[in-house]
Design a protein around this ligand. Sequence first.
Ligand code: F6P
Length: 344
Amino acid sequence: MSAVKTLGVLTGGGDCPGLNPVIRAVTRRAIQAGMQVIGIRNGWKGLIVGDTVPLDLQSVSGILPKGGTILGTSRTNPYKKPEDLKKLLETYKRLEFDALIPIGGEDTLGVATKLVKEGIKLVGVPKTIDNDLSATDFTFGFDTAVNIAMEAIDRLHTTAESHHRIMVAEVMGRHAGWIATYAGIAGGADVILIPEEPIDINAVCDIIKKRHQRGKDFSIIVVAEGAKFGDKDLTATEKLDEFGHVRLGGIGDALGKLVEQRTGFETRVTVLGHIQRGGSPTAFDRVLGTRFGIKAVELVLEGQFGQMVSLQGNLIIGVPIELGTGKLKTVDADLYRLAKIFFG
Ligand code: F6P
């Protein structure tokens, strides 16, 4: 019997295919070990206001293939207002939690890292479709997003070819261009633009023109939402979320206009947006989410708190949680160099 009797689980930040497989795995493994599992609704917000739901075998039945999160999510930051942090710590005590498994990205796990210092026992599970968390080879959700984006690129190819057009596909990726790079390589994009390298519009137009000179009168450009011409983000609104992030938007349109003006070739823009985050997870993401969930409970059972589960090669291990959130994992330069071989 574990020293942990009551285990809380929550999902925070943007949703992501694979969250439900983690919740299911955590619940099944923790119940097997004799724990009571409590789902906390809507990320850290649920722990501030005490919005919880008991999880049993019945409540996690049938959720494996479902997108989103049965617990709901929010971008609530309990460190924004001191009274929220106080309430969160009080709720944790009042509901007699012994440990938590927060599932989230840089923001949710950033809060978790601080809560460890407040004495909360927790094990984090990394999540983001952007795949930009350090200390893990992959996060679940990324593979699903890449497959959705790749299929969209395939579809754009046939219409681009028929109409002799340039198609710009804007994909997610706030700080890192992992989705753009993977989906672009898999879909045979002619140019891939990522936040890690400022866009050189002359170089992009040269590539497209040269392609036309060799008889290819259509092209596909994949651009990550966080890619920029200089160092200023293109934003959809001026509003910031509780973690200080802007809502990005507009780079696809801006790029499409410039490319059309400068090359003279008809151009269309498609913004994939939240289509990439919705729907059923791929087999890879279901398996990774399941493995992450099981390992998180096993670290709880071993009393290894302040850790985050991580995929390293084909092993799932625990690493100190601050390693995951301290620094963003940007696109590997070698991989981007490989992608560039196919530009044009
Ligand atoms: O962080 C994941 C992410 O999908 C980013 O790629 C994107 O910029 C952001 O979330 C969108 O967030 P929201 O759903 O809050 O608009």
